[in-house]
Design a protein around this ligand. Structure first.
Ligand code: NAI
Length: 218
């Protein structure tokens, strides 16, 4: 399938399609119309058709979409048809929680190593992965075909660790540290700020209250 330049907004919606289609596939659903998918996902059918048209449409007019085919194709677009090895840097609360999350493996993201600068943590385990000292990071990345580094350390150390990661030729950084990282083109950075999502929630609570009390829309 030939891929044209796709907007980040469309790419951002693909994981949700992938998730819903995975559930439908598990339930044994073979075909679904854009209307039914729209009802399920609470997005308009035209949005779904528009999104899928970016990739050639996927569907047969009138017959709906073949769920398994669509699931596999979206998986390929997301690069989930191959394995990604990742390490976590920062073996604190957040790093350990991510390391313990088994579902990443189902999607082909394999947790290989964990690093921390605190010598007291060296040798402690998260599942079957031992925490290693930072001095071993470069060698480990080179020897274990690591393509993603997850940064769960405070922002003070994140920039210099990211610089070291760049030197290793890492492909991507999943950055939870509250700092913007300057990395060369070709290295992908995805910043995650859970508090952004909470603030959005807070806005919506406030908006709901205003509408209820008739104070007008924001
Ligand atoms: P934590 O204090 O439990 O763990 C941090 C770990 O990083 C510690 O084990 C520490 O020894 C290690 N560390 C510190 N500097 C390091 C360095 N330069 N190199 C290697 N290891 C280093 O903290 P927690 O709760 O796990 O949070 C980690 C960071 O993630 C925090 O800075 C916090 O601000 C951030 N965070 C971000 C969230 C987000 O949504 N983006 C959500 C929660 C936390």
């Amino acid at each position: 399938m030939e891929e044209k330049e796709i907007s980040q907004a469309v790419i951002g919606r693909l994981p949700r399609y992938f998730r819903y289609l995975g559930e439908l596939k598990d339930q044994g659903v073979e075909r679904i119309s854009s209307r039914d998918l729209s009802g399920l996902m609470k997005v308009t059918a035209s949005q779904i058709r528009q999104d899928f048209n970016n990739f050639g449409g996927f569907g047969q007019q009138g017959y709906g979409y073949n769920v398994e085919y669509l699931y596999n194709e979206i998986g390929k677009i997301l690069g989930l048809d191959r394995q990604h090895n990742f390490i976590i840097i920062g073996a604190g609360n957040l790093g350990r929680a991510l390391g313990n999350y088994l579902n990443f493996e189902r999607r082909g993201f394999i947790f290989r190593g964990m690093f921390d600068c605190n010598p007291d943590l060296a040798g402690t385990k998260v599942r079957d992965v031992s925490v290693m000292p930072m001095e071993e990071m470069e060698r480990f990345i080179a020897e274990n075909d690591i393509d993603i580094a997850v940064l769960t350390i405070p922002k003070t150390g994140a920039v210099s660790v990211a610089e070291r990661l760049v030197q290793t030729g890492i492909r991507a950084i999943w950055n939870f540290a509250h700092v913007d990282l300057n990395v060369p083109e070709g290295i992908q950075v995805e910043n995650v700020h859970l508090s952004d999502s909470l603030m959005k929630l807070s806005y919506n609570i406030r908006r709901g209250e205003k509408l209820e009390t008739g104070e007008g829309s924001l």
